[in-house]
Design a binder for this molecule. Structure first.
Ligand code: 5GP
Length: 113
């Protein structure tokens, strides 16, 4: 399904891109929930983690390792950060293109709402 994130990948609409390689793209969330709020998305249009396939195993790992590298670059690796993947209606998913939220720069509460 073509989403707003496909348009960001294809550079049809602008985004504040912080990292890009052949498999993924990372950009600042338009509505940040923490001082650092970056979305890491695969270029492959996987709708949500529940629909990822065995063949996506390496790509999923790449998203997490990339998030950790971006956290380091953003200076929040030592203080701590949270990675979130919302899946489906009850998970709070709004955009049906898999994305990892990287949140940090402040103490985050638990449990989530
Ligand atoms: P979800 O609720 O699906 O896990 O998260 C979707 C995220 O995408 C939200 O945090 C929302 O602020 C962000 N978002 C939605 N549309 C855009 C957009 O056009 N540009 C950017 N940079 N972020 C977006």
């Amino acid at each position: 399904m073509a989403t707003i994130f496909s348009k960001i990948i294809n550079k049809e609409i602008p985004a504040d891109i912080v990292y890009e390689d052949d498999r993924c793209l990372a950009f600042k969330d338009i509505s940040p929930q923490a001082p650092t709020h970056i979305l890491i998305i695969p270029k492959k249009a996987i709708e949500r983690v529940a629909l990822a396939q065995t063949e996506d195993e390496g790509l999923l790992g790449h998203l997490l390792l990339t998030a950790a590298q971006i956290a380091k670059k953003a200076g929040i690796s030592e203080t701590g950060f949270r990675l979130v993947i919302n899946n489906g209606k009850n998970g709070g998913e709004a955009v049906p293109h898999l994305h990892v939220h990287l949140l940090g720069g402040r103490a985050l509460t638990w449990p989530p709402g």
